[in-house]
Design a binder for this molecule. Structure first.
Ligand SMILES: [Zn+2]
Length: 345
């Protein structure tokens, strides 16, 4: 993590709408400005990189090998949920703050956290990391509009587990309440089994997460509904799965990138991007999609007048690379040397 210390001059490739603009910069103390000095390295810069899908509270959980998805993350009794239930607030809060610090040191401007534990869980995250984009999860056994109000008082929207994890009537009532309140809903979909995409899209989600088991027609429906898919190749790999990136690309899906559970992956978007490139290449797709995936969530969701996230932060993930700015070169080394930098005066 981090660029070499002191002042350095770099040939910078600033990614913007599908291509790189070249400029020369000097970087010092996390700030950069134009320069005409002699460059000592090349940096690719990506603006406002947002980790589209995280669960930061389980960052401190060390997991034994060999657990299935269900044993690990299925609500209500998967290992993760027991950890969240049984851990003191201070421990969870410390995990969240450490997660936020690490995300920043990896060059990430923001992360969208699917926070468990109802309104209380959301409040704890906001207290621990005021900058986090929080999507809360209701916990009442019966639908409770008051709970939705309470969550939305401190969260940016609602983030649900999959339609398979909750009674359909409950999910529909939550989605209706979110819509009435003009807020946003996001939901996990087709991670371990294929789910009914019509039912999922009828909830009017701002985006869905995973879609590992989706068919081509499911993906096409997401593309047509302009519902982006946040993919988490590292988390999927842990369970022996992979997101169908090349098929998503073929179907015209907007792909965003996330790191998922902190207990499985650190919030290292360059490492996640390098895995994205690997998976896309193995499926015969165009790995250049990774550049868009780092910014699409901002373009399509955070900045789209939907009440999720904030104003543009104008902070850049700086990634050292050699040669030409191709996906396999920029992200070949994962996170080594990435940093968060801001334009100075
Ligand atoms: Zn998730």
């Amino acid at each position: 993590m981090g660029l070499p210390g002191g002042r350095l001059i770099a040939d910078a490739y600033v990614y913007s709408s599908g291509s790189f603009d070249r400029t020369r910069i000097e970087v010092e103390g996390g700030l950069f400005r134009e320069s005409d000095g002699e460059p000592s390295l090349k940096l690719a810069l990506f603006e406002d990189v947002t980790d589209a899908h995280t669960h930061c509270a389980d960052y401190g959980l060390r997991i034994p090998p060999g657990l299935s998805i269900e044993e690990l993350v299925a609500p209500p009794d998967g290992l993760k949920h027991r950890h969240l239930r049984d851990s003191p607030k201070e421990v969870l809060s410390e995990s969240m703050s450490r997660f936020a610090r690490d995300a920043r040191s990896f060059g990430c401007s923001a992360f969208v956290d699917f926070r468990e534990g109802g309104a209380e869980g959301c409040r704890l995250l906001k207290e621990s990391c005021p900058d986090a984009v929080v999507l809360g999860r209701p916990v009442s056994p019966e639908f409770d509009p008051g709970e939705i109000d309470e969550i939305l008082r401190c969260a940016d929207g609602i983030g649900l587990p999959s339609v398979s994890d909750m009674p359909s009537r409950y999910v529909e009532q939550v989605a209706d309440a979110v819509r009435e309140r003009g807020s946003v809903l996001a939901i996990h979909a087709s991670e371990r089994v294929r789910e009914d995409i019509d039912a999922v899209l009828s909830l009017d989600p701002a985006f869905v997460v995973h879609m590992c088991e989706a068919s081509d027609s499911d993906l096409l429906k997401c593309a047509e509904a302009e519902v982006p898919v946040a993919v988490c190749p590292g988390s999927n790999m842990y369970f022996g799965k992979a997101p169908p990136l090349a098929r998503m690309q073929d179907m015209g899906v907007d792909i965003a990138l996330g790191t998922d559970n902190g207990m499985l992956r650190p919030p290292d978007m360059a490492a996640e991007a390098s895995l994205f490139v690997e998976v896309m290449e193995s499926q015969g797709g165009d790995p250049a999609a990774v550049f868009g995936a780092l910014s699409i969530l901002n373009c399509k969701i955070l900045n789209r007048n939907i009440r999720i996230g904030r104003e543009r932060r104008r902070r850049f993930m700086a990634v050292p690379f050699e040669g030409v700015p191709e996906p396999g070169r920029v992200f070949r080394r994962g996170s080594s040397g990435t940093a968060l930098v801001k334009r100075g005066e």
